[in-house]
Design a protein around this ligand. Structure first.
Ligand code: APR
Length: 235
């Protein structure tokens, strides 16, 4: 299985959160990615999410997204647990995707709780989108700081981690809990973590193998090794 973070989408031009040029260098998460921020200034939060949605809508899946989808289709990858909200794994063709932190392509009514899927790239026009059913204020259906990961998604993720033998940890700093506990617990249970990240992270010491390359380049090489040298016959 694969566990992905913002670095898996970095080569698609989508900014990461931490490290040089990360979003949290320029913006304060407590002003944009918390329930309090949204209740205090929903217009500002919607403006920031629409800006991110506009960047994502122009993005194409990276080589890493493509290869992960291909390996799932070929039966050597169970699926992906992602912290990303950009939907690019699904655009690339991945089917078994757990979105731990939700998706910017889904909105939720902050009054009646109903969820609406948005098609990829369709950014709400209204300054403050409202619910068709109760006219309440809609919010991005993402997990903000201080909010729990939805149980059903967390349980699906735990199940995938428990069934996996090898976990590819791609493009994540491992800075955010409880998401980062999943690979850490897997490593403590003796599972093999392969970290694909140009930098050291909180998960490096739990990783058996470290591929210090950008994800796109690493997956290009891994795919060649797996298929073109015939080390894995087509299943
Ligand atoms: N290939 C692989 N890894 C990369 C690449 C790349 N091309 N570019 C950057 N990285 C790595 C960085 O070295 C860093 O370790 O991606 C990681 C990105 O870390 P973060 O920006 O912290 O992103 P992430 O780990 O996904 O953050 C987790 O924090 O703000 C919250 O909800 C948000 O889901 C997010 C969570």
């Amino acid at each position: 299985m694969a566990f992905t973070g913002a670095g898996a989408s970095a080569e698609a031009g989508i900014p990461t959160f931490r490290g040089k040029g990360g979003l949290w260098d320029k913006y304060k998460p407590e002003e944009l990615a918390t329930p309090h921020a949204f209740s205090k200034d929903p217009k500002k939060v919607w403006e920031w999410y629409k800006w991110r949605m506009s960047i994502i809508s122009r993005a194409k899946p990276t080589r890493a997204h493509e290869v992960l989808a291909k390996w799932e289709e070929r039966g050597i990858l169970m699926g992906v647990v992602t912290q990303n909200v950009d939907g690019l794994h699904q655009v690339a063709g991945s089917k078994n995707v757990v979105e731990l932190h939700g998706s910017v392509w889904r909105v939720r009514c902050s009054s009646c709780g109903i969820k609406y899927d948005l098609e990829f790239g369709r950014i709400p026009e209204e300054e403050l989108p409202t619910c068709r059913r109760c006219h309440g204020l809609l919010r991005p259906d993402v997990v903000w700081f201080g909010e729990p990961i939805p149980h059903d998604q967390f349980n699906r993720a735990q199940k995938m981690f428990s069934e996996a033998e090898v976990i590819l940890v791609i493009g994540t700093s491992g800075a955010v809990m409880p998401a980062a506990m999943l690979p850490i617990n897997a490593a403590m249970e003796g599972k093999v973590l392969i970290e694909i990240n140009p930098e050291e992270t909180n998960l490096s010491s739990f990783s058996t193998i470290k591929i210090r390359e950008p994800a796109g380049k690493a997956f290009d090489k891994l795919d060649k090794i797996l298929w073109e040298e015939g080390s894995l016959e087509d299943r």
